[in-house]
Design a protein around this ligand. Structure first.
Ligand SMILES: [Mn+2]
Length: 311
């Protein structure tokens, strides 16, 4: 469906529940809250589904929009949610409208506005809000800036295009506090996270003139740093920062005695194929697998597999 049909559909809706995806990120939460704000200014009763996985970092941005107990939805809208498998915990039901940018969107909703060339869902919500109300309010600009900046890694990832930056510029012009949001999203870390990073870097194993880098994260290191899962966001990208790195692996010791491996590689190598040897998979440049052994043995096994591919 196109933008105007989507806006028309939203205009017809009442008592709207907006869904964010499982393990919600800045894009799904910022998009949902901005849309919710806009719908409320239009006099509609709209709320965000109370996603139990919202982390402390994002909660202040979405708190005012979360559904009160007993909210009875007449219409359900999902944002940035590609597949039913990514429904927020506790939700199962019909989705009337989905607004998304994932090329892999499975078409689970009754109606879908899909713009797969967009770097973030926030850019689509920006257009939807303009189609609905003709202007953008400051609260919406802040929320959409959070959406666009987080899905592009602060405009660093390869998905950042000219029109992504144009939308970001329009959001700043509409009042988005870009520097405050950037500081919170990209330049602020828990003390535990920083201590954990220190432990990871200090014990980093590098091979073949630093072309291979392996980080091992044990339960003991987590404990020593006082770190929880909340402190492990994007932790798998750390060993790949070493100059000259071609393939990096992050090995995490799990509670059940197994190890979880995240592999990252440059285009020359296929991470997914390496992980497939251990029953895992993923993308060509980012993949993962699990091994039924402790982290020391897991690190050794993944190193041997990498060495074999590197020749
Ligand atoms: Mn997204």
């Amino acid at each position: 469906m196109d933008l105007n049909t989507c806006a028309h559909l939203l205009e017809e809706m009442e008592n709207i529940l907006i869904l964010t995806h499982a393990r919600p990120d800045g894009d799904t939460l910022g998009s949902a809250a901005a849309l919710c704000h806009c719908l409320r200014t239009m006099g509609k009763n709209a709320c965000l589904y109370n996603n139990p996985e919202i982390t402390e970092k994002f909660l202040p941005f979405v708190q005012d929009y979360l559904a009160p107990k007993g909210f009875e939805a007449k219409a359900v809208v999902a944002v940035d949610l590609a597949d039913q498998g990514l429904f927020p915990r506790g939700y199962s039901g019909v989705v009337d409208l989905c607004i998304d940018h994932h090329p892999s969107n499975s078409g689970y909703a009754c109606e879908t506005l899909l713009k797969a060339t967009k770097a973030s869902c926030g850019e689509i919500i920006y257009e939807v809000i303009l189609a609905l109300r003709g202007n953008l309010e400051k609260e919406e600009a802040d929320l959409l800036y959070m959406a666009v900046s987080t899905d592009t890694g602060c405009f660093c990832y390869a998905n950042t295009r000219g029109d992504t930056l144009k939308t970001a510029a329009l959001l700043v012009e509409a009042g988005a506090d870009n520097w405050k949001i950037n500081k919170l999203m990209f330049r602020t870390f828990s003390r535990s996270r920083l201590v954990l990073e220190g432990l990871i870097y200090a014990s980093l194993r590098s091979y073949r003139e630093n072309r291979i880098n392996i980080a091992v994260i044990t339960k003991e290191m987590m404990q020593q740093a006082g770190a929880t899962e909340n402190d492990c966001d994007d932790i798998a990208s750390l060993p790949g920062r070493v100059e000259g790195n071609q393939i990096s692996a992050t090995v995490r010791e799990l509670d059940n005695g197994e190890s979880k491996i995240s592999l990252r590689s440059i285009e020359t190598y296929n991470s997914s194929e390496i992980c497939a040897q251990f029953g895992g998979g993923g993308h060509a440049m980012a993949a993962g697998c699990s091994m039924a052994c402790g982290p020391t043995e897991a690190a050794e096994r993944i190193l041997q597999a990498i060495l074999e591919v590197m020749g």
